[in-house]
Each structure stands twice: as structure tokens, then as C-alpha cells.
Design a protein. Structure first.
Length: 426
């Protein structure tokens, strides 16, 4: 059986290509169903995010082309259009790739944990569709454990590199203890959610969340016991804010210099820290000229992010070492599966011989034969029948000069050690 991981990601394909091969929730189940019915596919899972689309599968042969052709055809795209961006990882390389993805080493933001949750969702979807079996299931579970080991044994997750985290770190540098501060968060997307989470974790006293749609701000506010307002209500609450973090998709500024100046006067010139993460900017640049206003843009946060990224890169070296070892462990397990059917057949053969000899002995015992002589006959007959076929094969191997089979037999039954032990005793 062959393992295969293939797809494209943010390093191999531009956004305009990646968006053409997304498997969204509406088509994922059908895609898994189609994929699972390919004659070459035994097991399959699909991971599809904004940064990557990947197929993980086990195949019943070495031919991978049928599965890759399916990928082209499902999205109605030509081979020439996608092939330049596609990577293909067979067997051990597929194992290593999944472990690196799970651990965040293949992510746009090194070490980010979100992809692990996405990989777990891909596993669950494949399981629900009936496409997850022993081999691929073991690979997923092993990868989840490796990701946990990487997080526990390295510092790859202890230095956040998001702009939201960098904004909170700068706020701490300016105010020190944030527990008594009030923050106004403008927007309700992922960046604002991360900022809210970081602020909550450092014990911020009070949060106000403003969004164009009040329902969205209320939904986020409920998670952090914050106060939700509409964008139009910002001027009424701006003076309360010691910290302002803004990240919207607005094409025009949300906060003007005049509104901020008015708020500063009402605050009696207590400092206001403003982080404008948006592109285009949410805050008029002129606001930074105001006394007691500390205005930072996303570019100003780069130094904090780059410092933490350097720490993550050092941790990533350790993580790669962990993954290399775990790839070998998984491949050892995979290779051990080759012996399972042979071991089962050997046991069945031995059990059949044992059952036959036992039945014969019981019949003779009922006929009044001497138990002691019968026991000797049974053990001798059982031994002869068990070693008859191997002995014949070894004699033929010797006649043909096949020392490899003879040496393998010695190793398998520890015969070399027994021979050496006899020499030592003599």
C-alpha cells in the first residue's frame, strides 16, 4: 500500500490559483464520496484552508495519477493550469509533510496553532464519510501527538507573532498593568478576536467592541463579557478608551483627528494608545501629531513580530528533529504491518496441526493406550510436523547455495546464539 499527500499551498501557488481549488463545506462531502470511489484509493482525506488545499490518501498500488487527475477534473481545471503549482509527497515524505503541517512548520505564520484544528476537522470529515481506515487514521493520530509534543518540548508556541499580540505587548509597555484599563476594539474579525483574547488573558478591566453590524459585535462581546456598540456610537465612548485597536475593511477612516482630539480633552489629557492594524488605515495619520496620543500602524509592529519570529525559527530547528524521529517511528510501524498476515498464517497453520494431533491423541486415549507413551508420540509428531516444511525449504536452500535464507532462519529462531552457547558450555 502506498501513502500519498499532494496539493498546493501559499508557498507554491498564488491566491488566484488557490481560490480555484477550495473544497468548501458545501462540496466537501461529495468530494470525499467521489474520491473514495476511485479504484486506486483505499482511504482519503481533504484539508482545505485559505492557505492550502491538500489530499491525503492511501493507495492500493504505486500509481498516483488517477487520484491527481481526479483533483484536476473535480475542479474543472486543466493539468497544465495546476501542475506547475502542485507538490506530491509519497510514503515517508507524506508522513513528514503531515507532521510538519500539524505542527505549524509549513504555515505562513511559523508555528501557528490554527492549522492543527483544521487538520482535525479534515480527519473528522473523512471519518464521517467512511474514507478513514487503519493506515490513514493512524497517521492522523500520530501527527496530532507529534504536534502536541512539539508544542510541549519546544518554544515554538511561546512567542506569538500575530499583529494582535504585538499590539497588546506594546500596550503593556506603555501602561504596564492593563487590569485597570479600558480598551475599545473596532471590528469583529479574526484580528480583533485575537486582540480581545490577548487582552482578556492579561486581565484587562473593561472592553468595548464596536462593529458596523451590532449583532457581530454582540456575539464577540458575549465571549469576553465586553460591551457591544455600533460604529456610529464610537464618539460617545471614545473618551473612555485608554487603548484603541482598530481593524476593519473600511475604505475610509473610522476615526478622524478631530474626534480623537475631543476625546483627549474630555480625558483631561490622559494618554491614549491607538493601534491601527487596518489596510487601508482606519485612523487619520494626523491623529499621531496630537499630544498624549500614541498612534501605531501595522508597520510599526514589525519589530515585535520579527523578534518573536526569530525565536520561533530557533524552536523550529528542534521541532524538525522531533519530526524526523517520529517519521521513522511511524514508518517502522507501517513496515511491521507487512508481517501481520504472515504471522497470522503461521499461527493458523500451527493451530491446525495442534488441533489435529490433539484429536488423534484423545481418540487413542479413549481406546486405552498408555498415556505416557501417547504423550511422547504426540510431542514427537507435533514437532516433526511443525518443522517438516521449514526443514525441507532449508535443505533446498542449502543445495541452491542460498545462504541468505539459512542466515535468516538462524536469526529468526536465535539458532546462532544457541550454537554459541553450546560452544561456551563445552
Amino acid at each position: 500500500m502506498t501513502l500519498l499527500a499532494f496539493g498546493l499551498n501559499h508557498t507554491t501557488a498564488p491566491l488566484e490559483i488557490r481560490e480555484k481549488v477550495v473544497f468548501d463545506a458545501d462540496i466537501l462531502t461529495d468530494a470525499l464520496h467521489d474520491l473514495g470511489h476511485l479504484s486506486d484509493v483505499e482511504e482519503a482525506a481533504i484539508l482545505s484552508t485559505c492557505n492550502r488545499t491538500e489530499i491525503y490518501c492511501s493507495l492500493n498500488g504505486a500509481d498516483r495519477q488517477q487520484t491527481i487527475d481526479w483533483f484536476y477534473q473535480f475542479h474543472g481545471l486543466g493539468k497544465a493550469e495546476l501542475q506547475p503549482f502542485l507538490y506530491k509527497h509519497p510514503d515517508a515524505f507524506a508522513v513528514k509533510h503531515m507532521m510538519r503541517v500539524a505542527s505549524g512548520l509549513d504555515s505562513m505564520v511559523l508555528g501557528e496553532p490554527q492549522v492543527l484544528g483544521q487538520l482535525k476537522n479534515a480527519y473528522q470529515a473523512a471519518l464521517n464519510s467512511g474514507n478513514m481506515g487503519k493506515l490513514l487514521g493512524q497517521l492522523f493520530q500520530h501527527s496530532f501527538k507529534v504536534a502536541k509534543q512539539v508544542r510541549s518540548n519546544t518554544a515554538i508556541g511561546s512567542h506569538p507573532v500575530s499583529v494582535a499580540y504585538a499590539a497588546v505587548r506594546l500596550a503593556e509597555q506603555i501602561f504596564g498593568d492593563l487590569s485597570k484599563q479600558t480598551a475599545l476594539l473596532i471590528g469583529a474579525g479574526e484580528t480583533i478576536e485575537l486582540a480581545a483574547r490577548h487582552l482578556h488573558n492579561v486581565g484587562l478591566h473593561r472592553m468595548i467592541i464596536a462593529n458596523r453590524t451590532l449583532d457581530r459585535s454582540q456575539h464577540l462581546a458575549s465571549e469576553f463579557s465586553a460591551y457591544a456598540i455600533a460604529l456610529s456610537d464610537i464618539p460617545l465612548h471614545l473618551e473612555e478608551a485608554d487603548i484603541v485597536i482598530s481593524s476593519t475593511a473600511s475604505q475610509l477612516p473610522i476615526l478622524g483627528k478631530g474626534a480623537i482630539e475631543t476625546a483627549i480633552i474630555k480625558r483631561k489629557h490622559r494618554p491614549m494608545f491607538i493601534v491601527d492594524i487596518a489596510v487601508p488605515r482606519d485612523v487619520e495619520a494626523e491623529a499621531g501629531e496630537l499630544e498624549d496620543v500614541y498612534l501605531y500602524t501595522v508597520d510599526d509592529l514589525k519589530e515585535v513580530i520579527e523578534e518573536n519570529m526569530r525565536s520561533r525559527k530557533e524552536a523550529a530547528i528542534q521541532a524538525e528533529e522531533i519530526i524526523e524521529a517520529q517519521v521513522q517511528h511511524f514508518m517502522d510501524w507501517l513496515q511491521s504491518l507487512d508481517a501481520v498476515s504472515t504471522i497470522r498464517a503461521l499461527r493458523e497453520q500451527a493451530s491446525s496441526i495442534q488441533a489435529s494431533e490433539l484429536a488423534s491423541a484423545l481418540r487413542k486415549l479413549q481406546q486405552g493406550e498408555d498415556p505416557e507413551k501417547l504423550l511422547q508420540q504426540v510431542t514427537r509428531s507435533l514437532t516433526n510436523k511443525l518443522i517438516h516444511s521449514p526443514s525441507s525449504q532449508l535443505r533446498e536452500a542449502s543445495a541452491e547455495g542460498r545462504q541468505d535464507l539459512i542466515q535468516a532462519t538462524q536469526e529468526l529462531f536465535n539458532l546462532s546464539e544457541s550454537k554459541n552457547d553450546e560452544k561456551k558450555e563445552s
